[in-house]
Design a protein around this ligand. Structure first.
Ligand SMILES: [Zn+2]
Length: 463
């Protein structure tokens, strides 16, 4: 049995080798189910919710690209976020079991708020169930599943052509920070709130689409990115949120065998809540509405895609040390006292909880800056992906896109790890939820923009 398997592998390798000629692109795609067991604590909110079932399965999805012997992989998981140790372990296994180098893998979370809470060093996660056996066991199982998705995608490598384009969808996403009548900046200020003057920031309507098909026209994969929170479903059942409907519809249009891989763009301050109407916007109907509208834009964009003259993947990455948010003497005691009151008669206010967990996380680092990765993977002189390690304000993503030398610059946030919110420098002055929550100090987002642009320029200049 073992010998036969080895022989198969050798044969596959031989066939694979023969199939790839110089300058030829090969693409493979795969999905591995990662739906956790029921009763695991769910992620996304400041409350403990134990999962009661599955609306639609969660997946780790992977697309592997190969040209001239060099391989790279894009991976997305239907999870709220991923901690750095999970990324490192997944990459270690990928390097051992596939031909994709560890450093050429970009792994992101879609930010679905109807997935499990993962074990991490976050005090907030621990408080809401991230330290339970279920959460620990599940978190430990993820690197193997991520590597399995890459391994199966690699095994499916097929001579392919790539095309790319970008649609625009400006009816779904809203900046969730608002300039209020009293001059303050509100957050999720509420439907039809008469004190709202205007949004405090922009949105990013771009819907980048990358499509891979075999030479015989068989659809292999569609990569879609959009800058908007995945927090539309709610409830206690697992769901990938709006990308579930997106994938279903694109599968119906192209082929049920095609993989649709969705990543979230810079959406730290962007969600789907339209404050100009009082229509309720929560539940599977809302997720299906959003997935359908987004799919419509992707289907329209299919007709306008331009061929990509691919090169062997060009990968750049940098580790950036971000300064910690400042905490004052006495803050730790104050934070502990607030957290001790959670769930009791004197439950702290929402922003007090947000601040308290931030203060403890920052304190726990004992002055050590946050070390994060920025990665660029380019597949042509027109097309590049950027990873950013948290929930990044849309303005920062727009700044990268505006100055990038690539025609198509696709940014996956919550990629290769997460440090939580990454606001603009301006937002720290304005205050409210995201800057209060941010573990990194003001200026961190702008440092990441600078690093991303340096890596993009390097990858673009490579001969
Ligand atoms: Zn979020």
């Amino acid at each position: 049995m073992k010998i036969r398997r080895l022989l198969c592998c050798a044969l596959a390798a031989l066939v694979g080798h023969e199939a790839a000629s110089a300058g030829e692109l090969r693409v493979g795609a795969a999905a591995v189910r990662i739906t956790p067991p029921n009763a695991i604590p769910m992620a996304g909110y400041y409350a403990t919710r134990l999962a009661e079932g599955t609306h639609d399965e969660l997946h780790a999805k992977a697309i592997v690209f190969e040209q001239d012997g060099a391989r790279a992989a894009l991976v997305a998981l239907d999870l709220v976020s991923l901690a750095r140790p999970t990324i490192e372990e997944a990459r270690r296994i990928i390097a051992q079991t596939t031909g994709v180098p560890a450093g050429s893998v970009m792994i992101s979370a879609t930010h679905s708020h109807t997935g499990p809470l993962l074990q991490s060093d976050s005090t907030r996660h621990a408080a809401y169930g991230g330290d339970t056996d279920l959460a620990r066991t599940y978190t430990r199982s993820l690197p193997g599943k991520i590597a399995e998705a890459v391994r199966v995608a690699e095994a499916a490598l097929t001579p392919a052509r790539l095309s790319a384009g970008a649609g625009r969808e400006d009816s779904l996403a809203f900046n969730r920070r608002f300039v209020m009548r009293d001059g303050s900046v509100g957050w999720n200020a509420g439907k039809l709130n008469p004190n709202i003057v205007r949004p405090a920031g922009p949105t990013d309507a771009a819907v980048p689409v990358v499509f891979a098909e075999a030479h015989d026209g068989r659809p292999l994969a569609t990569y879609v990115n959009y800058a908007m929170h995945l927090d539309t479903v709610g409830g206690m059942r697992f769901s990938a949120d709006y990308p579930f409907t997106l994938a279903q519809i694109l599968g119906r249009v192209k082929s049920p065998d095609m993989l649709t891989l969705f990543t979230i763009g810079c959406a730290g301050d962007i969600n789907h809540v339209d404050v100009s109407t009082k229509a309720p916007q929560k539940g599977h109907g809302e997720a299906a509405r959003i997935g359908t509208v987004l799919a419509g834009e992707v289907v329209k964009t299919y007709a306008r895609l331009a061929p990509v003259a691919t090169v062997a993947p060009r990968v750049r990455s940098a580790l950036v040390r971000l300064p910690l948010a400042s905490i004052a003497a006495g803050d730790v005691d104050k934070a502990r006292a607030l957290i001790a009151r959670i769930g009791g008669k004197d439950d702290p206010k929402f922003l007090e909880k947000v601040w308290a967990f931030k203060a403890l996380d920052v304190f726990g680092r004992a002055g050590q800056p946050l070390e994060v990765e920025v990665q660029v993977i380019a597949l042509s002189r027109d097309l590049a992906w950027v990873s950013l390690p948290g929930e990044v304000f849309v303005e920062l993503g727009l700044a990268i896109k505006a100055a990038s030398p690539f025609k198509h610059t696709i940014i996956a946030e919550l990629a290769n790890g997460s440090i939580g919110y990454i606001p603009t420098r301006r937002a720290y002055g304005e205050g409210n939820y995201e800057p209060i929550s941010a573990r990194c100090a003001e200026g961190s987002g702008e440092m990441l923009v600078e690093t991303a642009l340096r890596l993009l320029r390097e990858a673009h200049a490579e001969r």
